[in-house]
Write a protein that binds this ligand. Structure first.
Ligand SMILES: [Zn+2]
Length: 496
């Protein structure tokens, strides 16, 4: 019998951990496969995630601290894109459920999920996984998960977990802290110190993600209220989920989840109350964007750089391909120089750049090749500046974890230095510039294919950030999308 010192544990806890994370843009034409999730299995999970500032990194630290026995199963996460193909989704679920069965007897399970994942023919990806796990282990083994702030939380998910811990920040810089919190709650539950119960309030609103930051706007008010509630007796956790609108599934929409210590009525009352505030604030989630030409003019005439042009509608962090050309074309037509452009996903162009070699001249059409929503390919002629393997270590969010954007080339087209990558990539970490030979702080203009996660790392040195109204699969203008499966009425599609 193991005794774990200061934690008063009688038995050594045996806890399974797994991660399955994807934000699925169902409007994307890019199918997602298991390989895109870069999965790691068994002990490799601890090797890869141990010491990282991620949810799983948080799980591992807490479990090590209480001298728990970690049963690592699978960690898989993909850049947002279209639905995962069915066979690969089923395989991932089977692997986790098998791992839970074979790793038993377990005391508890910790999962790092996104909450906005969709598979082909399975609108409830996380709900399906959680239900399968619950059926496998029964009601007496606690299952606790973390979720992204953009999760589309469903009744099925809530019915199959003991507690949920959503990110409290956007950009998400508290992944590790939420992982720690979830793991500590699991330990407290197993020690019999708490008995978590969960209430969900789902709202008939699906705001665009453009104004969900937690440093300004309506989220500040909501999280301030959430913190007050968390200070109350018997309240374990209060999460506000803005939701993810680029999915045409029934479970879209914003929600509030409250976890209390064995007080269902309190959980329900608080989630209803905070849900009511979210509903009343809904119009504050809308935000006008700047037309492309105006944005370029403003950036050019700014006294000091870097000015960031955020291509919010072509955000690979939301499932867009990251090969949109509309802003690039406007910059080239205007003859703007000293621009760092991150980036254009174009494996064909990368290959050609490699064949051309550093200092060689490349002439070809780049970008706009994935679909018809992000502008046409642009004919360019430029000099290949650098070639890299596209791997770098994150220094901002997810610090310590390796990024892999595929082989990468920088093409300098008359002072517009374009980072060409093999994979879609939201350049939320400035390391992508540095790794490819550019100092982002020295550029007059930076174009970032990102909706908002870049702010954590770029805001400290950017002189201004302009959110540009270019076309794309993550445009905040939701009227551009054709929804057929969401439940109506739904604000802002309908004036409720
Ligand atoms: Zn998110």
């Amino acid at each position: 019998m193991a005794v774990a010192g200061d934690t008063c544990l009688v038995l050594k806890l045996r806890i399974a951990i797994a991660r399955m994370s994807h934000e699925t843009n169902t409007f994307s034409t890019v199918q997602t496969r298991l390989a895109d999730y870069d999965p790691c299995y068994d002990d490799a999970v601890v090797k890869v995630y141990g010491g990282t500032k991620t949810e799983v990194g948080g799980f591992i630290d807490v479990l090590r601290r209480v001298k728990g026995e970690i049963v690592p199963i699978l960690a898989a996460s993909a850049t947002p894109s279209g639905p995962i193909i069915r066979r690969d989704f089923d395989g991932m679920v089977e692997r986790i459920v098998d791992g839970v069965r074979e790793g038993g007897p377990l005391d508890g399970i910790l999962l790092s999920l996104h909450g906005a994942m969709v598979a082909d023919g399975v609108a409830e990806a996380e709900g399906t996984l959680l239900q399968r796990i619950r059926r496998q282990v029964g009601a007496s083994i606690p299952v606790i998960c973390t979720l992204d702030l953009h999760a589309m939380v469903s009744a099925l998910m809530v019915a199959n977990v003991d507690a949920i811990f959503g990110f409290d920040t956007n950009p998400h810089i508290d992944q590790y802290e939420r992982g720690v919190e979830a793991a500590e709650a699991l330990v407290s539950t197993l020690e019999g110190r708490i008995h978590p119960v969960v209430a969900l309030t789902k709202l008939p609103m699906m705001p665009p993600t453009i104004n969900m930051r937690t440093t300004e706007g309506p989220m500040v008010k909501l999280f301030t209220e959430a913190r007050k509630m968390e200070a109350m007796d018997n309240v374990i956790n209060v999460s506000v989920f803005g939701g993810f609108p680029y999915a045409d599934v029934e479970r879209v929409g914003s929600s509030v989840v409250v976890v209390t210590d064995n007080d269902v009525a309190l959980a329900e009352r608080l989630s209803t109350e905070l849900g009511g505030l979210c509903w009343r604030l809904r119009r504050e989630f809308l935000k006008p964007l700047v037309p492309v030409k105006t944005a370029v003019e403003r950036a050019v005439h700014a006294e000091e750089g870097p000015i960031i042009l955020a291509d919010v509608a072509d955000n690979p962090g939301g499932g867009a391909p990251g090969d949109g050309t509309v802003i690039l074309r406007a910059l080239l037509e205007k003859g703007v120089t000293n621009v760092g452009f991150a980036g254009i996903k174009d494996p064909e162009a990368v290959q050609r750049a490699i064949e051309t070699g550093v200092r060689g001249t490349l002439r070809m059409a780049i970008g706009g090749k994935t679909d018809t929503f992000h502008g046409d390919p642009v004919e360019v002629q430029g000099t290949v500046r650098t070639l890299t393997d596209g791997r770098f270590i994150h220094k901002a969010a997810r610090a310590g974890l390796m990024a892999d954007v595929g082989r990468t080339a920088v093409l300098d087209v008359n002072g517009v230095e374009i980072i060409l990558t093999e994979k879609s990539h939201a350049p939320n970490d400035p390391e992508v510039f540095r790794r490819n030979g550019m100092e982002p702080q020295d550029k007059k203009i930076l174009v970032l294919k990102s909706r908002g996660h870049f702010r954590a790392a770029y805001e400290p040195f950017a002189k201004a950030i302009i959110e540009v109204d270019a076309p794309g699969l993550t445009s905040p203008n939701l009227q551009l999308f054709e929804y057929t499966r969401v439940l109506r009425p739904l604000w802002p599609l309908d004036e409720v």
